[in-house]
Design a binder for this molecule. Structure first.
Ligand SMILES: Nc1ncnc2c1ncn2[C@@H]1O[C@H](COP(=O)(O)OP(=O)(O)OP(=O)(O)O)[C@@H](O)[C@H]1O
Length: 285
């Protein structure tokens, strides 16, 4: 790759290209604290005073039946909920103690610090693998020299577990990759802007078991440097990847609430609420 240098940059230093957090990665770890979150679409209330602490450096899994508000809650965590015209919300989301909804906080700050990976891989299909990874820099106003971008692309693709597979075709279109590779490219793209939290909305639901396992390995490797919140319908996956779980439940007459949350081992082996036990053991939902 070219080593031609542009000029100034505000890009934070690239992390290690091997797995494991450096001291600087660890110092940027941040937790999220959702306090009394309620959410509406028009007059339809879909979440009712949901509070949850998502600890720094851990994977928190949001589980529960379809329609109980998991994705809505996730979108509230990085201010994507407000993109929907009929949507409104109440409550606070604290990133490292600071409310991302405070009047003096910019929307782009929240999006930059709290990244999102979606259910369906959504790389820019005609854009090269390289350009996909660095695409977020421009959108978030970060500048980087060519050399810094080269380092960043390698570092992020390595962290996303894709570098070895694509290093020889980095200029080929992102759309030419397999579904699982595209999802890992999307993870690399999210990592390029150095988020402190990564939100993942059913990131494996469109993938085969091998690709799913690869993403799960990636999650395990990433969590030492970025706090992760994942929505999943797959209970085995929640048990495999998460440190803590929160079980959401709603009914047609009542909005979504968290019935129970706690360490994943307790949620699966010794839940306090019978509904949690029924759900994690596949007896409903
Ligand atoms: N854009 C929208 N406009 C109106 N209502 C919406 C919108 N998105 C979600 N809802 C409603 O909000 C409620 C919660 O939906 P949400 O997608 O958050 O649930 P979920 O638990 O993530 O479901 P799933 O597991 O099926 O993805 C549902 O009643 C849904 O119909």
């Amino acid at each position: 790759m070219s080593a031609v240098t542009d000029h100034t940059t505000t890009l934070p230093a690239a992390g290690p290209s091997t797995n494991g957090a450096s001291a600087s990665d660890r110092s940027t770890l941040a937790g999220l604290d959702a306090r009394s979150i309620s959410a509406w679409f028009g007059t339809h209330k879909v979440l009712d005073r949901v509070s949850l602490t998502m600890h720094a450096g851990e994977v928190t899994a949001l589980i529960g039946p379809s329609g109980c508000g998991k994705s809505t809650f996730l979108r509230i965590l990085n201010r994507m909920h407000e993109l929907i015209p009929s949507a409104s919300l109440a409550g606070e989301v604290l990133l490292d103690g600071q409310d991302i909804y405070a009047a003096n906080r910019r929307l782009t700050d929240a999006r930059r610090q709290i990244g999102m990976v979606f259910q369906k891989p959504n790389p820019f299909p005609a854009m090269s693998i390289y350009d996909n990874v660095v695409a977020g820099l421009k959108l978030t106003g970060l500048r980087a020299s060519r050399r810094e971008k080269d380092d960043l692309v390698e570092s992020c693709l390595t962290k996303a577990g894709l570098w070895k597979e694509v290093r020889d075709r980095i200029r080929q279109p992102g759309g030419a990759l397999s579904g699982g590779q595209q999802q890992r490219l999307c993870i690399a793209r999210s990592l390029a802007i150095k988020p402190r939290v990564l939100l993942m909305d059913e990131p494996c639901s469109a993938l085969d078991p091998t690709s799913t396992r690869r993403i799960e390995e990636t999650i395990a490797e990433l969590v030492s440097e970025v706090t992760i919140v994942i929505v999943t319908h797959n209970m085995q996956q929640a048990a495999r990847v998460s440190d803590r779980c929160a079980f959401f439940l709603a009914s047609h007459s009542t909005p979504g609430v968290i019935v129970e949350h706690g360490p994943t081992s307790v949620m699966f082996e010794n839940p306090q609420d019978e509904r949690t036990s029924d759900y994690v053991h596949g007896r409903f939902g």
